[in-house]
Design a protein around this ligand. Structure first.
Ligand SMILES: Nc1ncnc2c1ncn2[C@@H]1O[C@H](COP(=O)(O)OP(=O)(O)OP(=O)(O)O)[C@@H](O)[C@H]1O
Ligand SMILES: [Mg+2]
Length: 722
């Protein structure tokens, strides 16, 4: 399973006037591509803080004490605001609890949708341009090094090839872009006419008929292209489009539309023919038109494609691919050599980070040296980025910074603790009972940091061992084709301009996709004209506008009533399937995610206390807190009174020494108040942090309410009407 996002040992606190709030305390989880991970826990358990950290929108008083959030070869905790800007909303989008707070009340819905697309479109164009240029330049340089090897005539030829690639690739995109606009317009027109004509015939078209006709007119005019609605139909298309509205207006009074329908059907016929035509290969055509100096031969598209392929291969492509393949292999081998060196250096450096107490100067010097070596292992021609290499340096630095800052901070914390203790003792000595408790000294665990460093090094060494072992079996021909595709994609990103018209069309399609009826009319309305559920749908549409691959939903249905809630959940579920989204779904109610989560992380007091598949959590839960959540889950089948979880969560300025849930846990043992339980592994997929799983602990069964509930869920599952 491909991991999309990986959160490792995340710790976040907030500075407040009362002290440091330890909101998230060392949590780790992975999000796989296409899965829904539910994060469940009571108010204040750290769910929103976690999601805000992923989006880089933590409050100003936050301190990221430690951890990594790895996405696409980057550690999101350590990238610049500028880089984050490209990820936030674009790759990772978020839906909040209250839809009104994410909508601008005085801007029409349509505008809010298109604005997001237009902005992101521009950013993407810039990024594509820079990717394209950088990659082609690196490829050229490496080809010269590995193929020409000092032969200056050969080098000049390579440079010329690269320049030509750049040139004809732009021609290709220009041609394809023109084709696509016409093709999409034609195919949209067919769809739109199908719907509208049906309604006109039934005399049931709504008030938005004029808007829809207007869209059809604009679209129809855009369908003319040699390979869609051919030039020979240009005049007819324009005259059809030109007379459509006046015909409709003259027939509106009688509510009978023979003339309008006739025009619509003719347009539909032309568009349908256009959509069904075979398309030429524009990549090859781009080359042919740029360099052959001849017009395209007049032949059927299929033959033309073959003809152009021969031309392109002979004149350019075969040679280019072969040079590029040499360059890719050369670059991969060079990076492999660096990895061998890095493995030795990393192993040799281990003692520096294992000393009884670390030496600041020595550590930072070593860190710099290692970072440089690891950086040189990056293979710039490999289009799949190696996350571990990219994140090594920031991860190490953050561990070292925390360590050396911790040495000072620990002294202070211990002084404060001792002073508090003395004060406490004095009060007790006077025979009084203090109203406060002495909080445990808030110290940084220096040994833990040393372990983290060791782990980071080992992880990278193991990783490089694997990469080196795989190197001889890599298929560089295939990778070269991948590289050329990468160049093509980025070139098309440069020309892919999102115009207002395209944005509007996409917006209306999106509104349709999220289940908003009459999107044409709704497009021009303000947020207050929408119900709560509809607003949440709009917010979802905005989140999807940039086509993200991760969607974070923070209690998206709490403000909605039960039926609407179910609809929104279903919508999110469907969108996830269709778009292969990875979803993080945050809620305080286990019941909400029962039918949609693939995996569940249960959070309590800033920690993940149980983690597993839906099956693990709902049918085999092991942590008393999860049991409590399960019993407090409303059940439609029974009238049983809900068992609210007794007590309240701890104050996170003074997190308890032992298991934070102990004071509310009727199964708590003495050790629960003393020591934090480790994460016990129950199965391949299932983990829980409770002393009950210790081999020496007494065996306890879940409370009756939970056992009954599981029995009911099983019965429902057996009868198949879950
Ligand atoms: N900016 C801040 N300053 C101080 N404390 C904060 C800040 N933001 C969050 N916290 C604290 O961090 C802890 C976790 O908060 P978080 O918002 O993640 O809870 P949650 O699990 O999302 O709860 P809810 O279900 O109420 O949304 C809480 O104790 C909260 O008071
Ligand atoms: Mg929250």
């Amino acid at each position: 399973m491909e991991t999309k996002l990986s959160v490792r040992n995340l710790r976040i606190s907030f500075r407040t006037s009362n002290g440091k709030v330890q909101a998230v305390r060392d949590i780790s989880f992975d999000l796989a591509k296409g899965e829904t991970l539910a994060i469940v826990g009571e108010s204040g358990s750290g769910k929103s803080v976690t999601s805000k950290a992923i989006l880089g929108i933590l409050a100003g008083n936050s301190i990221v004490e430690s951890g990594e959030i790895i996405y696409d070869g980057k550690d999101l905790l350590k990238i610049s605001e500028e880089d984050f800007h490209a990820i936030r909303g674009d790759k990772i989008a978020m839906i909040f609890q209250d839809p009104m707070s994410s909508l601008n009340p005085i801007v029409r819905i349509g505008r809010q949708l298109t604005e997001a697309m237009l902005l992101k479109g521009k950013a993407r164009q810039r990024e594509s341009r820079s990717n394209f240029n950088t990659y082609l330049k690196t490829l050229e340089k490496t080809m010269i090094e590995s193929v020409a090897k000092g032969d200056s005539a050969r080098a000049a030829k390579i440079s010329e090839n690269c320049k030509n690639f750049d040139k004809f690739e732009f021609k290709h995109i220009e041609l394809e872009k023109a084709y696509k606009t016409a093709y999409e317009s034609a195919s949209e027109t067919v769809d739109d006419i199908d719907k509208l004509a049906f309604e006109l015939e039934k005399k049931s078209a709504g008030k938005d008929a004029v808007d829809r006709l207007n869209d059809i007119i604009v679209q129809t005019r855009a369908t003319v292209n040699k390979y869609v609605v051919g030039e020979e139909h240009k005049d007819e298309v324009h005259s059809l489009a030109g007379s459509l509205m006046s015909t409709y207006n003259s027939e509106k009074k009688a509510n009978d539309y023979p003339g309008t329908l006739k025009i619509l059907y003719r347009i539909r016929e032309l568009c349908k023919e256009g959509v069904e035509k075979e398309a030429p290969n524009f990549f090859r055509m781009g080359y042919y038109l740029t360099f052959s100096g001849k017009p395209l031969p007049d032949m059927p598209v299929g033959e033309l494609n073959d003809y152009m392929k021969d031309y392109l291969d002979k004149e350019f492509m075969l040679g280019f691919i072969s040079d590029a393949e040499t360059a890719l292999r050369y670059s991969a081998n060079r990076s492999g050599e660096m990895m061998k060196k890095a493995i030795d250096e990393l192993n040799a450096a281990r003692p520096v980070f294992k000393r009884e107490s670390l030496d600041k100067k020595e550590c930072y010097a070593k860190y710099k040296e290692l970072s440089a070596t690891v950086k040189s292992c990056i293979d710039p021609l490999n289009v799949t980025k190696d996350s571990l290499t990219f994140t090594f340096s920031p991860s190490m630095k953050s561990q070292l910074d925390t360590y050396f800052h911790g040495i000072g901070a620990n002294k202070k914390a211990i002084r404060k603790h001792d002073a508090d203790q003395r004060k406490h003792d004095r009060i007790v000595a006077k025979g009084k009972k203090p109203e406060w408790e002495v909080a445990e000294a808030n110290t940084v665990d220096l040994e833990l940091i040393k372990e983290n460093i060791e782990r980071i090094i080992t992880r990278l060494v193991d990783h490089y061992d694997e990469l080196l072992a795989a190197l001889p079996n890599r298929n560089f021909r295939e990778e070269t084709v991948g590289s050329i595709n990468y160049l093509m994609e980025n070139a098309s990103g440069v020309i892919e301009k999102v115009t207002r018209r395209v944005a509007k069309h996409r917006a209306i399609k999106l509104m349709d996709e999220v289940g908003i009826a009459e999107p044409h009319k709704r497009y021009r309305q303000y947020p207050f004209e929408f119900s709560g559920g509809m607003r949440q749908r709009i917010v979802i549409a905005i989140a999807l506008a940039a086509n993200p691959d991760i969607l974070i939903c923070d209690e998206p249905t709490t403000a909605l009533d039960v039926t609407i809630q179910a609809q929104i959940l279903e919508l999110i579920n469907n969108l996830k399937e269709e778009r292969k989204l990875s979803v993080i779904f945050i809620t305080h109610d286990l019941g909400v995610v029962a039918n949609m989560a693939d995996r569940v992380a249960v959070m309590y007091a800033g920690k993940i206390v149980e983690y597993g598949t839906s099956e693990d959590i709902f049918y085999h839960s092991a942590h008393p807190y999860t049991w409590a959540l399960l019993s407090s889950m409303p059940d439609l089948d029974t009238d049983e009174k809900l068992e609210a979880i007794p007590g309240t969560p701890p104050n996170m300025i003074y997190p308890p020494k032992g298991d934070a849930f102990a004071p509310r846990n009727r199964y708590a043992m003495a050790i629960d108040f003393e020591r934090q339980p480790p994460m016990f592994q129950i199965s391949d997929t299932h983990f829980a942090a409770t002393w009950l799983l210790h081999p020496d602990a007494p065996k306890v069964d879940p409370p009756k309410a939970v056992v009954d509930r599981i029995r009911r869920m099983n019965e429902r599952r057996a009868t198949g009407n879950e």
